[in-house]
Ligand binder design. Structure first.
Ligand code: ADP
Ligand code: MG
Length: 368
């Protein structure tokens, strides 16, 4: 890298149930990113999916700060040889909207699921985090579990139903759950995060309600047997040769780690590093790397596990753009493993360039 400062675009907000979570993550990144190395430009994405050039997370957090009259709307011109942003109203922006790299600090659908990554691939620009495949596999709990099963990773028993299937024959879906998984069970929309739309059903009435809630968010509903165990998480950093952090433990303040417990309840605690026998800790770190490679993730991910009373690890999920505030599990685990928040941002940016450069080696057309 030469001495020229790199121009980094931080993208946050977004059309997702995790809009708010993204604003908090982005605030932390903006506070910590090394401005002696990077020129930082923000783009705030509203809940309607509009991109505002120069908006700060506070503008999206606070309804009294009108963004639509203050910041120009922009769109990405995805010309692979000249990707840049343009304003929709013709306002001039610095460097004609050119940039070196995009850092998506977005969680959930439209940011973490491969859609944004597809746009950035078309534009042929470097960006932080996973590509299309890793992102979409990481978002879809049903396909994620199929890939984990194929990779031989132990996990809870589960069933997947289409919304249409449940609508056509609710009784047979309920019966199948009762015969295969029993109560309590966890009912989840296949594509979401931050526990949005997830319920724990203790009987058939609750299961019916849970089906209704989960299927209002997605066309697929995943149902899992209840696992009684500790919740342990491992952070991964890297591309083709990823590294795993020490594991951390979550002590949810409520019956399960739902949206309230995650973001609004100070009673939930993180124990970093988790107190575990060394062999189990190593096993979890190895499993987390296998999960990362199985979904073809890159850059970063947090891999979440349950550990049962007899110390058996079961994988729960991979999050390809995990919560990224200074006090979130992902960066805290790296801090305990020797990489501070500031350095983590630098590493993610260099990993993005590494992957981008590697991709430029691909031959596009068939050559004789
Ligand atoms: N099969 C399960 N058994 C026990 N608890 C579960 C199970 N699945 C989820 N949970 C609880 O619900 C929380 C959210 O579920 P998770 O699958 O991680 O969804 P999200 O992608 O929204 O984080 C977990 O952190 C855990 O507390
Ligand atoms: Mg989770």
């Amino acid at each position: 890298m030469d001495n020229k400062k790199l121009k980094i675009i931080i993208l946050f907000g977004g059309k997702s149930g995790e809009h708010q979570v993204s604003l908090n993550s982005a605030k932390s990144v903006l506070q910590a990113i090394d401005r002696s190395r990077y020129i930082v430009q923000t783009i705030g994405i509203s809940q309607e999916g509009r991109w505002y050039w120069g908006a700060h997370p506070d503008h999206l957090l606070n309804e009294n700060l009108p963004i639509s009259n203050t910041f120009p709307l922009v769109t990405l011109v995805h010309d692979p040889n000249d990707a840049h942003f343009i304003t929709l109203d013709g306002t001039k922006i610095p460097d004609n909207g050119k940039f070196d790299l995009i850092f998506p600090v977005l969680h959930g659908p439209n940011g973490e699921d491969g859609t944004l990554q597809g746009l950035l691939e078309l534009a042929n620009v470097p960006y932080v985090g996973c590509g299309i495949l890793g992102s979409s596999l990481g978002m879809d709990k049903d396909r994620m579990k199929a890939v984990f099963a194929h990779a031989g990773l132990p996990q809870a028993n589960y069933l997947t139903f289409l919304r249409s299937e449940y609508k056509n024959s609710p009784a047979s879906c309920i019966q199948k759950v009762e015969q295969t998984l029993g109560y309590p069970c966890f009912v989840k929309p296949a594509n979401l995060g931050s526990s949005v739309g997830i319920s724990k059903a203790h009987n058939s009435a609750e299961l019916q309600e849970a089906f209704k809630v989960a299927s209002s968010y997605d066309r697929k509903v995943v149902i899992e047997e209840n696992i009684t165990g500790r919740e342990i998480e491992v952070s991964i950093l890297g591309n083709d040769f990823p590294e795993a952090s020490f594991p951390g433990e979550i002590l949810p303040a409520k019956e399960f780690y739902d949206y309230q417990a995650k973001y609004n309840n100070a009673g939930s605690r993180l124990i970093i590093p988790a107190v575990l026998p060394e062999a189990l800790s190593n096993q979890l770190r190895q499993m987390a790397i296998r999960a990362f490679l199985a979904v073809e993730a890159s850059g970063l991910s947090r891999v979440d596990f349950f550990v049962t009373a007899d110390n058996k690890p079961l994988i729960n999920e991979i999050n390809t753009l995990p919560g990224f505030t200074q006090i979130s599990m992902y960066p805290k685990l790296w801090e305990s493993t020797g990489i501070n928040y500031n350095e983590l941002i630098n590493r993610l940016i260099s990993l993005a360039f590494e992957r981008y450069k590697d991709k430029q080696n691909n031959q596009i057309a068939h050559k004789e």
